[in-house]
Design a protein around this ligand. Structure first.
Ligand SMILES: Nc1ncnc2c1ncn2[C@@H]1O[C@H](COP(=O)(O)OP(=O)(O)OP(=O)(O)O)[C@@H](O)[C@H]1O
Length: 305
């Protein structure tokens, strides 16, 4: 189990993280979400042992994770981190980068393992390509595979799929997270992308102004977002009296109701349209099946609240 107890930290006098407490069971996937600058990357770096804490402790099992004041070399064998900088060897190939830390005593095993990881990140076609010739997204995949090479007990991922295009993101995400589950690797992922979380995280921590403001399963947080900040991570929402936070998909356009509004704009969303309406001088978003003309008078109802 990873245990973070009363962690406090600031790069300067300003506190970036305040009284942070949480636990992650072995093999679980924890997502850290929060606005830009809320301290997600900093928390991952502290868990990795990159900085000394101002206060508090971090443990993996019985081992305390200590910063540079106590460790000549940052990091621990059981933990790997894929940060926003990939730190790869540019003039060697994808396969060589991934296999770099594997023992040469067992060349067959090394070859097999490298092949397996290349498949996880779907880079078969580039196995013998030099890393400097790869795109940003391809490099990000190499970094993930390399972090997995020596089968860490914990993997820290900072915006792991941010450079990967939408054509390939879904499949890659499933491959990587399923691989981690199958190997019982504990994963902590900092992300802005709800698709990295829904369907994969066992628990979510929400960071805001240095504090954890919520900690729950993806389903509970999604269904009962206590704050607009949380709802905004999951999708378009409204604050509508007397219901509170209501997602756009929970509003339905109906023939008649107490909620009368005027259409301002329609935005194509793929499977649906997002209709922007004015209701009692406030902007409200409603998910709908077709676009509506500006100025149309509509009525809407609330469902699932
Ligand atoms: N090396 C540093 N020195 C001083 N301040 C820093 C340093 N790194 C980050 N900060 C500050 O710490 C705060 C938290 O930054 P951090 O990168 O952890 O946020 P984040 O939630 O990961 O943001 P993003 O989502 O944009 O990556 C910010 O106010 C940032 O300016």
């Amino acid at each position: 189990m990873l245990q973070v107890n009363n962690l406090n930290f600031g790069y300067t006098k300003t506190k970036v993280l305040n009284a942070i407490d949480f636990k992650v069971e072995a093999g679980k996937n924890l997502a850290i979400i929060g606005e830009s600058g809320s301290g997600k990357s900093t928390l991952l770096k502290l868990i990795y042992g990159e900085y000394d804490l101002d206060e508090g402790q971090i443990f993996w099992k019985d081992q305390e994770i200590l910063g540079p004041k106590y460790n000549l070399v940052v990091g621990y064998e059981f933990m790997k981190s894929v940060s926003q900088e990939f730190d790869l060897m540019p003039v060697t190939t994808v396969a060589e980068n991934i296999g770099k830390f594997l023992s040469n005593f067992y060349p067959e095993e090394k070859k097999e393992r490298t092949k397996e990881l290349i498949e996880v990140v779907e880079l078969e076609a580039f196995a013998n390509t030099k890393v400097k010739l790869l795109s940003g997204g391809q490099k990000q995949r190499v970094a993930i595979a390399r972090a997995l090479a020596k089968q860490p007990e914990i993997l820290l991922l900072d915006e792991p799929f941010s450079h990967i295009d939408n054509f390939q993101k879904q499949g890659l995400r499933r491959n990587v997270f399923n691989y981690l589950k199958a190997k019982n690797i504990t994963c902590i992922v900092a992300t802005h992308d709800r698709n990295d979380v829904l369907g994969f995280a066992d628990e979510i921590i929400v960071l805001d102004t240095a504090n954890i403001i919520a900690k729950d399963s993806p389903e509970n947080l999604y269904k009962n977002p206590q704050l607009p900040l949380i709802a905004s991570f999951f999708g378009e929402f409204n604050v509508l009296e007397p219901y509170g936070i209501v997602y756009a998909h929970q509003l339905h356009i109906v023939a008649k109701s107490d909620f009368k509004a005027t259409v301002r704009s329609s935005y194509f969303n793929g499977s649906t349209w997002l209709i922007e309406v004015i209701y009692q001088s406030e902007v409200i978003f409603i998910q709908h099946t077709v676009a509506l003309e500006r100025g149309t008078i509509i009525y809407f109802s609330v469902q699932g609240k």
